[in-house]
Write a protein that binds this ligand. Sequence first.
Ligand code: C2O
Length: 572
Amino acid sequence: MANLVTSFMLWLCLISYAYITIHAAPVWPRGRSTRFYDFKIQTMTVNKLCNSKQIVTVNNMFPGPVVYAQEGDRLIVKVTNESPYNATIHWHGVRQILSCWFDGPSYITQCPIQAGQSFTYEFTMVKQKGTFFWHAHVSWLRATVYGALVVYPKPGVPYPFKYPYEEHIVILGEYWLQDIVQLERQVLASGGGPPPASAYTINGHPGPNYNCSANDVYKIDVVPGKTYLLRLINAGLNMENFFAIANHRLTIVEADAEYTKPFTTDRVMLGPGQTINVLVTADQTIGKYSMAMGPYMSAQNVPFQNISAIAYFQYAGAVPNSLSLPARLPSFNDNLAVKTVMDGLRGLNTSDVPKEIDTNLFLTIGLNVNKCQSKTPQQNCQGLNNGTMSASMNNISFIKPTVSVLEAYYKGIEGYFTDNFPGAPFRFYDFVNGAPNNAPNDTSSMNGTRVKVLEYGTRVQLILQDTGTVTTENHPIHLHGYSFYVVGYGAGNYNPQTASLNLVDPPYMNTIGVPVGGWAAIRFVADNPGVWFMHCHFDIHQSWGLGTVFIVKNGKGHLETLPHPPADLPRC
Ligand code: C2O
């Protein structure tokens, strides 16, 4: 990985803009420096788990190339699709201030880049730094199309903690032996759930617990006594994961690319879409220690991969072929371990937490089972009770339109979405224990491409309420275009009378694991005009419709107005 990283640092060009203020000049963020990257989406052959297969990647690297920048830089990434599939790239966690056109979710902000076509993403890291990642945002391609995006502070600005001796990127993933595009097609046609991944991976490597993988293992060489910064990223598709290092403690200093107050723990949990920076000091006896990634599965009766991916944290001077000391992961359903990590996440810079709100939305999130509509139920209705699985927010399954919502909205093309996404469920009932229609029997959802329109500058609170319609589950809910303060969360049904909110030092995140059978309250100010997807970061739930879209209207003047679309915006 380290080699790949250095070898990729061929920035084609590095231009410094002198920042000249001219009256009436275009005023959207330009950035200090501009960094150019060239992404070629290609298929390549990999050998893993005793099998060789073709996967889709960027620049023939797996994981893909690391994109480096500094806060305030402008990134220009030309993406050429040399794969046979539709593709887009999303810059997960990048707020895309006034650059919604380059956000990347297919059919939300753009049509996919078709085979043989290209599209150039251009955006600025406005007041953002830390660990991000990029991934394909079309079908389930991100199973292999992902990589890190690391943004350093401005020159001369230190980290708010002791400078680490070295830093390493640690990307957690899920790997399938089956072709991912076929797998997606089969699962969605079946009406049932997805099979577990063939393996978990750490930087693409399953490690010694898996067949034929004793040497397919990632390793960090450490010097005794030194402190390391690990940039943990969960790029998995459908699973949340614990991560731990044998005998070593982890000090969380950043979550979702925002600093946190330091919090020391034995393990962390990351849902897909989450990033956490931890400091680890090599303060144990010289040896070889396991870094382990294992499952966190909060839903009932869902099959999952139970073999941990292992990497090594190996001290200089350790006997190379010795067995590594095993890491202790929580059991797969240890909800308390998850809560403990969450309780420890406190924002470091939280002076702008919205104390007042203008709009309070209540959104249920969960799974549904719809009645079988197929003439071949054996093939197509393999969900619970011989129905088809679905998922929803406020009991509406989001259907992606055939042109992007952003284009339809911007150009005023009618017929692709409706602006009637409800700000509250149609009925209030016992969400955790009941069913939405005629509880407890009718578990079906409605389909629609319904969006919620917000005026520029609205101070929004969202209550995300997990439902137990099919099974309760911790859902990693991700919002595009914004970070939000996680001002509260708890077990059971949300009750405004008893819910206690933290308006003092909440973490500022872009993906929140809503507690299983519980709720979370998040706040943000809708000051970035555009069309922003919010969805469960489990791809299977996204495919089943667990998402919605916010349209944030323009405010006044250039600085509050979404610019025109780029000329090379892909056509559908
Ligand atoms: Cu990381 Cu809409 O996704």
